[in-house]
Write a protein that binds this ligand. Structure first.
Ligand SMILES: O=C(O)CCC(=O)C(=O)O
Ligand SMILES: [Fe+2]
Length: 328
């Protein structure tokens, strides 16, 4: 993906010396498609944007109400991308308060045992990533497991994806969270991908220097159902590629709360994250009145321009959800 290079900042001099952040050559984001600011797009990108809001939100959904987890669907703004039938972009359908609910869940439950994460591989199950530790012998409070938190890169829900053999097996299954299931099933109804059962999810934790190389998600037996991807925190430049690597991808911004649905053709396309935009953390998430715990998590996200991405998949053609669906 050559486009990827456009978002790579030069951080070192030719002699290998670090260039301080404020002295680095700024990145030019003008070619990045922005669903939040339609008028500001280049004419080429403007051509690619299809407003699907009417089609999606004028329907009478049985869930036509706001909840503590998302806004009323009539407030949703939904877009498609020309040439990618089955791709949808929902502009954040969450208030800052609702975004924080998902962030809290993501950081507390989704990233903790029995769900697998990248830390477990080295350190065994870490149950208390966020907890304050007991006072030390001088009565000083020890910090949280900061060093470990800094290394948190991914967690898995439902059928636990096995990264090395690149597969899911029925034996590695953990309960899929109901709130997330509920949300993505509503999104699937709205975008006509129902029935949809999220059987697995990956949670990705990005920080200011993270990228995700171009890849295909094709370990799922069921490829006709979309990947539903929800992000919080800082803004990413996402690259929506094609079926082969030699076709240039479309770069687009994903901001805090935005939802990307990769169904249809886009389900078979390469994609990746080229850049976490500098100083792009969603400042609406900062609220002095929040609990101490929540403020700590938000501060942790903001300090390294972090981004939390949750993406769900249906794994089996006949959804099994760990045997749960057969019990009914
Ligand atoms: O972070 C994102 O927006 C994309 C993540 C992704 O493509 C994946 O986890 O497979
Ligand atoms: Fe992916």
């Amino acid at each position: 993906m050559r486009v990827q290079r456009l978002f790579r900042q030069v951080t070192k001099t030719p002699l290998g010396k670090n260039i301080p952040k404020e002295k680095r050559e700024p990145i030019d984001y003008s070619i990045v498609l922005d669903f939040h600011n339609i008028e500001n797009n280049t004419p080429e990108n403007r051509e690619l944007i299809i407003d699907c809001t009417e089609n999606v939100t004028s329907k009478e959904f049985e869930f036509n109400k706001d909840t503590e987890f998302y806004l009323h669907p009539k407030e949703w703004k939904v877009f498609g991308l020309k040439g990618y039938p089955g791709f949808y972009f929902i502009r954040s359908p969450f208030t800052p308060q609702q975004q924080k609910k998902w962030i809290k869940h993501g950081l507390e439950h989704y990233a903790s045992p029995p769900n697998n994460n990248n830390l477990n591989l080295f350190y065994g199950p870490v149950h208390n990533l966020w907890e304050e530790r007991p006072l030390d012998k001088n009565g000083e409070r020890l910090p949280t497991y900061r060093a470990l938190l800094d290394k948190l890169a991914w967690a898995t829900l439902g059928y636990q994806y096995q990264w090395t053999p690149r597969l899911y097996t029925e034996e590695f299954y953990e309960e899929f969270p109901d709130d997330l299931q509920e949300l993505v099933q509503k999104i699937a109804v709205a975008t006509k991908f129902d029935p949809y059962v999220a059987e697995a999810a990956t949670i990705n934790f990005y920080s200011e220097d993270s990228i995700m190389g171009g890849h295909l998600d094709n370990a799922e037996q069921e490829m006709e159902k979309p990947i539903i991807s929800i992000s919080f925190g800082s803004t990413a430049v996402f690259l929506m590629g094609a079926e082969t690597r030699d076709i240039a991808p479309v770069p687009l911004f994903i901001k805090s709360g935005d939802i990307v649905i990769m169904g249809g053709r886009s389900r078979y396309c390469y994609h990746g994250v080229a850049k976490i935009v500098e100083d792009s953390f969603n400042l609406d998430l900062i609220d002095e009145n929040d609990s101490k715990d929540l403020k700590y998590k938000i501060k942790w996200l903001k300090e390294k321009n972090r981004r939390l991405n949750i993406n769900t998949r249906q794994v089996f053609k006949e959804a099994k959800l760990g045997g749960k669906l057969n019990d009914k």
